[in-house]
Design a protein around this ligand. Structure first.
Ligand SMILES: O=c1ccn([C@H]2C[C@H](O)[C@@H](COP(=O)(O)OP(=O)(O)OP(=O)(O)O)O2)c(=O)[nH]1
Ligand SMILES: [Mg+2]
Length: 149
């Protein structure tokens, strides 16, 4: 059983009027698909912060992750460069999707195209306890492939 849904306030900006709000495509979808509020062409190797036409207020203690769509990644090499993007609960500006074209062809985005998905998540905060020595482990400082392929 998943926890009960949280309510995220959403405000359409002027250039977002007439666009569908983010929505789950299927009953079991984890992410709400979000559409572009502007048309643009992403050249190979280019990146852009794509307008969505809305702003949100996330309840304290939660974030919203902006994740790529696998279809765009596999078919066109188009992904969210900063994946997963982080929308802070205190951010009130326009939500943007930072898309990068890692493919070989220019990628055309039309207003209304689904470009990413939004996944809310609880935020675990931490306090830092500064020490002179950390406890010892078998791994120690081994990392970055130290256990083999
Ligand atoms: O994909 C993204 C990532 C971020 N943001 C917005 C919301 C987020 O709350 C804010 C800051 O994001 P982040 O903390 O990742 O960027 P930063 O470079 O650390 O900027 P800041 O100094 O404003 O925190 O930018 C988006 O609209 N889309
Ligand atoms: Mg930040």
């Amino acid at each position: 059983m998943s926890p009960p849904p949280i309510t995220i306030s959403i405000k359409r900006l002027d250039h977002g009027k007439g666009l569908p709000l983010p929505a789950y495509a299927t009953e079991g979808a984890a992410g709400m698909d979000v559409v572009a509020a502007e048309a643009l062409t992403l050249a190979p190797g280019a990146r852009a912060a794509v307008a969505t036409g809305f702003a949100i207020a996330i309840p304290h203690g939660f974030e919203v992750q902006v994740r790529p769509r696998s279809g765009l990644a596999l078919k066109h090499g188009v992904t969210c460069l900063n994946t997963p993007g982080t929308i802070d609960s205190d951010y009130r500006g326009e939500v943007k999707v930072i898309l990068a074209n890692l493919g070989d062809e220019p990628f055309e985005i039309a207003r209304g195209d689904r470009i990413a998905q939004l996944v809310p998540a609880p935020v675990q905060r931490a306090m830092l306890g500064e020490v002179d020595d950390l406890d010892e482990t078998v791994r120690g400082s081994g990392g970055f492939g130290s256990t083999g392929r």
